[in-house]
Design a protein around this ligand. Sequence first.
Ligand SMILES: [Zn+2]
Ligand SMILES: [Zn+2]
Length: 338
Amino acid sequence: MKAIVLENGNPLLKEVPIPKLQEGDVLVKMKACGLCGTDVEKICGQYTASQPILGHEPAGIIQESTVEWLKPGDRVFAHHHVPCYECYYCKKGSPTMCPYYRKTNLDPGGFAEYFRVPAWNVKRGGILKLPDNVTFDEGAFIEPLATVIRAQRRVFIDKDDFILVVGAGPMGLLHVMAAKVNGAGKVFVSDVSEFRREYSLKVGADVSFNAAKINIEEEVKKLTDGRGVDVAIVASGAPQAILSALNSVRKGGRVLLFGVPYKGTILNYDISNLLNNEISIISSNAAVEEDTREALNMIANKKIDVTKLITGKFKLEEFNEAVREAKEGKTIKAIIYD
Ligand SMILES: [Zn+2]
Ligand SMILES: [Zn+2]
């Protein structure tokens, strides 16, 4: 079968054996898999959080199964990382910090004709069946949307909150859409790319700023009676994005760190501002079953149209083209097909 394999930092389309199943495993025929910013970071050697396996937003069809409840032909979403739900971290509400969480993965990853979902994941909520009204394209958004849902639960979006989303890539735009579902009032967006700034207006942003041209903090203050936003969401890895968020939030406000910062990021920021202004910083990393279920429900109930974010469709053979467009910021979400 064909699969994208990372070799010395280069994604190569290779002919590899179809993975063999052990008891409890299932084999999925990939039908759609989103290209994530972290895939691009892994290719560039910039990713700081986990091992470099590519493709973690897949939806597909069960090809072969060793478990009773999943049958060949079932349409599914598969989650790459799954916690144990039994350790100290899991029991204390930090399941994505479970020591087993990042050890689990799809084999050989989501950018392959077929991938094996290990028994560990199958047994612990790592596979969700897709209802008939959810397409494979939509299924490819379950993982990214789940991480957004968990993050917004952690930072807490109150009704009518003013929100600033810094960074209008696919994750930032999912934050815009989810914040609206969660009852936010006005949502402001900033990005240094004119293409992305404009795109944010199509998915529900009320106002968008080009961060390369204007001072976001000043604009945000003008739009909030001089206060600043209730919640600022950092959906970028750039240090300047974190500073913009910290400087745009009101007294008593919350900053959500969501984009993975570049390796070695050090901020030039006066920490006394945090305490004097009672600013909270909350980070959120990844998602678990509870969140993927909520994401699937949000999609199935048509509360959110994630397909608005698809700007590129590529076959496995065209993978490098998708990566190039993503690196150049010419696309919002690229979906890779078998
Ligand atoms: Zn991702
Ligand atoms: Zn655990």
